[in-house]
Design a protein around this ligand. Structure first.
Ligand SMILES: [Zn+2]
Length: 747
């Protein structure tokens, strides 16, 4: 019988814009894509995972000029840095695409000509209000009075020749495609945004060439023009498969892409412009475009001036690559915005990784060592709980898989951790430490230990899309063959040979002592970090092309460019596609294929003029860290008594309490706040520490004037105060209402 070939699965990150080095926000996108790709490989797919860099354009040209290097040299440095970061984060991509690669450049020329020949691209003129010093076009609305909103100078109406893509011609087909393919744009909210904000108001033709810079692919039949980013960068997904190369075997195998993972700010480019181009090229559209959210740090946008730009090197060095990947994938609902904080990371490490998974492994290995000298006997007896555990394991593999199929890594991890916790509970319920005292129950004890070891085999498989180191460490300690790694095997209980032999190893997830660890390891600027080691291929060290010297600061007030273009934030919003025509200059600043937050104008505050490379040269990075250890300043952040009085704290009585469906963390409480207030519904993340029945009847302290918020779709009107420590313990603050009564104010 001929073997059925593995089904193909083509997944991409955006190609990140090479004007700057990628950061943790880009890393987040790549880690999530990597987890999905790894999962698909475990399911037997022939996965092609593309990532890469978008390297042309005016901004790169300027950055290079400011540094006195050729653009190619500049982007080579960025690419080396990017590859190094992906290596650090264990991003197991198959293809690293560069838009400066010769085959891509040739294909882009052919695509442009084909679209021109068939009438989808035509030559026209655009007009706009232009500020010459800022080299930026503005709409009338954007002007400050009649002046440039950035520098306050006069603007002039100018007109220039350019090529346009007939985007408007594809409006109807795009609408129909989106209606007929409800999965095409995900999450759903992004689809509504595209339809309502862009398609319904009407698409205008798109400016696809430029004459104001040279760093790009020339239009071969009109070399004064350079192909603008849309037709240059977007087609990377097909040129990398050999489109226009004469060999379309890869294209046939992998196109259409199964998923383009993109940051939410570039969903429009991937769901409107790119599909229209594919329609014009008569190629099928990608099956899905998934727009993930943005990462904030400690609740704020990453900003160099705030000093909260996360340094992936410091972070992984301190906490380990697995912990960082786990945190990003578990903490943030994929698709929504998420927050990164050292506190939350350490919380996850100590509870999920150390307490739950690490503990399960070390107690299992420890007990097999102590009770059986390191090898389980073949003679093993069953336990009444075994049936339930087997079913739980099978259900976990299934539901985690379903979550991954829906692109919900956070939900998959939640399912897996339910199983991890179930197994710790199993160890408590079966009480091996009691069994061992009864010589007659040796076989039963061996059976319990086997069940624990087998559960760890399964867990090692299930976590392997997310964590790259722990699975191997688990297998090493339990001597599980390295080939025992496919997802299907995770749903079959009992694959581990009975005579489990252990090899004691290190604690896989040591607890983090918050007192020493909480120094915001979050937040050291990647750009200020000096290179470790002597890897000369990478920028950032002395030979870094992007750091020719601080002399640049005076010779090239190049950051002036940045000052004059803070407005590219506008490009993200793209209030109307009209922008594309009337502001090709501004669109240059837009983030066609840059993933979330890649563009500093996006992430960083407008006043971050010095977020460029200049800063780096002045500081070796470590200095900065030492000064910014955070504690001193934080401690001096006193609030006034008036500030404190803004919080309305009331004594409340818990009337009823129940678990929130679908959450292992949340309880829903109804709380009586006395005669002055209606009873409140409050959702609280205390389910790990309190059973619902335990909470009913308690007198608690409620922050009563907190803005109501929805948690998992349930309205929560306030907050219950609780105390927590660095070990992940938590205690709800209870009170004695005697003498004051429910509803009394706490102050
Ligand atoms: Zn200006």
């Amino acid at each position: 019988m001929p073997e059925t070939p593995a089904p193909a699965f083509y997944i991409t990150t955006p190609i990140y814009y090479a004007s700057e080095r990628p950061h943790i926000g880009n890393a987040y996108c790549s880690v999530a894509t990597d987890a999905i790709a790894r999962y698909k490989k475990l399911r037997g797919y022939d996965v092609r995972f593309l990532t890469g860099t978008d390297e042309h354009g005016q901004k790169v040209e300027r950055m290079a000029a400011n540094r006195g290097v050729a653009p190619r040299e500049y982007v080579d440095g960025i690419v080396a840095w990017t590859m190094k970061l992906w290596k650090l984060m264990d991003i197991d991509y198959d293809v690293f695409m560069r838009t400066t690669d010769g085959f891509h450049v040739e294909a882009v020329k052919k695509i442009f000509r084909k679209l021109y020949d068939q009438g989808d691209i035509y030559k026209g003129k655009y007009e706009g209000l232009y500020c010459t010093p800022c080299e930026t076009f503005f709409t009338e609305k954007q002007l400050a009075g009649s002046k440039c909103p950035d520098c306050g100078r006069e603007v002039e109406l100018i007109s220039e020749e350019a090529y346009f893509f007939r985007l408007s011609a594809y409006q109807e087909r795009l609408m129909r495609h989106i209606e007929d393919n409800p999965r095409f744009i995900a999450p759903r909210s992004r689809q509504n945004e595209m339809v309502n904000n862009f398609l319904k108001p009407g698409l205008e033709d798109l400016c696809v060439s430029r004459t104001s810079f040279k760093w790009g692919v020339p239009v071969d039949f009109d070399p004064a023009h350079v192909v603008y980013v849309w037709v240059d960068a977007l087609p990377n997904y097909i040129t990398s498969l050999g489109y226009m190369s004469g060999d379309d075997s890869l294209l046939k195998r992998y196109w259409p892409a199964d998923i383009h993972i993109v940051g939410k700010e570039i969903v429009r480019f991937h769901t409107i412009i790119w599909p229209a181009m594919l329609m014009a090229l008569d190629l099928p559209l990608p099956k899905q475009v998934f727009g993930h959210g943005w990462l904030t740090v400690d609740g704020e946008k990453m900003s160099k001036s705030k000093g909260n730009v996360v340094d992936p090197w410091a972070l992984t060095e301190k906490y380990g690559i697995d912990a960082v990947r786990y945190f990003l994938l578990r903490e943030i609902t994929f698709g929504a915005d998420g927050d990164f904080s050292a506190g939350a990371l350490v919380g996850r490490i100590n509870s999920d990784l150390a307490n739950d998974l690490g503990n399960l492994l070390s107690r299992t290995v420890g007990m097999i060592d102590r009770y059986f000298g390191g090898v389980l006997p073949a003679e093993q007896a069953g336990n009444p709980l075994d049936g339930e555990i087997r079913a739980f394991a099978a259900k976990t593999a299934e539901s985690a898989g379903e979550a991954m199929d829906r692109l919900q890594p956070h939900a998959a991890l939640a399912e897996i951790w339910n199983f991890v916790r179930r197994m710790n509970k199993y160890a408590d319920e079966t009480q091996p430490w009691v069994l061992v005292k009864d010589g007659g129950r040796k076989a039963e004890l061996a059976g319990v230990m086997y069940t624990l070891a087998e559960s760890l085999r399964i867990i090692a498989v299930l976590i392997s899309p997310f964590m790259t180191r722990a699975p191997g460490k688990i297998r090493a300690q339990l001597n599980i063959p390295e080939n025992n790694t496919d997802w299907d095997g995770a749903s079959k209980f009992g694959l581990l040979p009975k005579e489990v032999k252990i090899t004691k190893g290190e604690v896989i997830f040591p607890r983090i002592d918050v007192k020493t660890a909480a120094v915001p390891a979050t937040v050291h600027d990647i750009s200020k970090r000096p290179e470790r080691g002597n890897d000369t291929r990478h920028p950032g060290s002395g030979n870094d092309i992007s750091h020719p010297g601080s002399g640049n600061d005076t010779r090239h007030p190049g950051s002036g460019n940045d000052t004059c273009h803070p407005g590219s934030g506008n490009d993200t919003c793209h209030p109307g596609s009209g922008n594309d025509i009337s502001h090709p200059e501004r669109s240059e600043g837009s983030k066609i294929l840059r993933s979330a937050q890649n563009d500093k104008n996006d992430v960083f505050e407008k006043n971050d003029k010095n977020d460029g490379f200049e800063m780096k040269d002045k500081n070796d990075g470590f200095d900065m860290k030492d000064k910014n250890d955070g504690f001193e300043t934080k401690d001096k952040n006193y609030i006034t008594i008036e500030d404190f009085a803004k919080v309305k704290l009331l004594l409340g009585k818990v009337l009823s309490c129940e678990r929130m469906e679908g959450s292992d963390k949340l309880l829903k409480l109804h709380i009586d706040l006395g005669a002055g207030e209606k009873p409140r519904q409050i959702v609280s993340g205390i389910a790990k520490w309190y059973a619902p029945e335990e909470m009913a009847g308690k007198t608690v302290v409620v922050a009563a004037n907190l803005k109501p918020a929805k948690l998992r779709g349930v309205m929560s009107e306030g907050m219950i105060l609780a105390a927590s420590d660095e070990n992940g313990n938590l205690a709800v603050i209870t009170a004695d209402e005697k003498g004051v009564g429910i509803g009394a104010e706490v102050r």
